[in-house]
Design a protein around this ligand. Structure first.
Ligand code: CA
Ligand code: CA
Ligand code: CA
Length: 265
């Protein structure tokens, strides 16, 4: 196989991959998935769980804690680890908070910060929080709408429930037995079933891919008759073979698409 043909095949492959898998390059973000911050007696097992695509490296991500009574940041944890594949390419990873503990509200918040220092999520429980410092400065939190209380069992937590792949697909549920580092009991991850709408770029890639494929197919079709003709030449009568031989000579003298195609190889 010539270098040119290999290049054409590679371009066709890339074009078709881009066409049929347009979701490539669109990273699915990670998100808060479970939290436990208060229970009966002294608070224990305080944790926050992150969910997202398996293989996501959490190094350089952070969780920042905000005190709702002042709006200021009272703690921050630098994350590390890799999200495991627990279900259909998604997984969860949890982090313990004991220094400092997670405040018990009312209205305390937690922010998920990416490696570039951007706040990806700013959630709160028992009310809304407005941050006055830190990386969430100026942001107002989204209240998750459910909460724990002084009589919540120590092995309970607040968890997302529902089916989907991104945060908006799920809803927070009332306290129930925790599932840290496991998929939440009422949660299921499934790839999107709705087709990704094609853009003008996708149509151009489709057209380019089809043109390249067709050019390869026609090039191969031109090569086949020549091989067949030369093979069959030895099986036909001598007088007929001579006539065909003259035709082949004319073709070689004056040129033909077959000859040119062969010469260009
Ligand atoms: Ca607490
Ligand atoms: Ca507080
Ligand atoms: Ca969980």
């Amino acid at each position: 196989m010539t270098i040119i043909r290999r290049a054409i095949k590679a371009r066709c492959t890339v074009a078709l991959v881009c066409l049929f898998f347009p979701v490539f390059g669109n990273a699915v973000p990670i998100f808060f998935n479970e939290i436990h911050y208060e229970n009966s007696g002294a608070d224990i097992n305080e944790r926050i769980e992150i969910a997202g695509p398996a293989g996501t490296v959490l190094d350089d991500w952070q969780i920042a804690l905000y005190n709702g009574s002042t709006g200021s940041q009272y703690g921050r944890k630098h994350l590390s680890g890799v999200i495991p594949n627990l279900l259909d390419g998604f997984g969860v990873f949890s982090f313990a908070f004991d220094r400092p503990h997670l405040q018990n509200g009312p209205a305390d918040a937690f922010a998920l910060i990416d490696p570039f220092g951007l706040v990806l999520q700013f959630l709160s429980y028992e009310g809304m929080v407005s941050a006055i410092d830190g990386l969430a400065l100026g942001l107002s939190s989204d209240d998750i709408g459910v909460s724990e209380h002084p009589d919540t069992p120590a092995d309970f937590s607040l968890q997302l429930a529902g089916i989907g792949t991104v945060y908006e697909d799920f809803r927070w549920s009332s306290p129930s037995e925790n599932s840290f580092d496991r998929i939440n009991p009422a949660q299921s991850f499934h790839a999107p079933t709705t087709p990704v709408p094609l853009t003008g770029t996708h149509y151009l890639l489709l057209l380019g891919g089809l043109i390249l494929l067709l050019s390869m197919v026609f090039k191969k079709r031109k090569e086949v008759p020549k091989i067949i003709r030369e093979t069959r030449l030895n099986t036909i009568p001598l007088n007929r073979r001579r006539k065909l031989s003259h035709a082949v000579k004319r073709e070689r003298l004056f040129g033909s698409p077959l000859k040119n195609a062969a010469d260009n190889q």
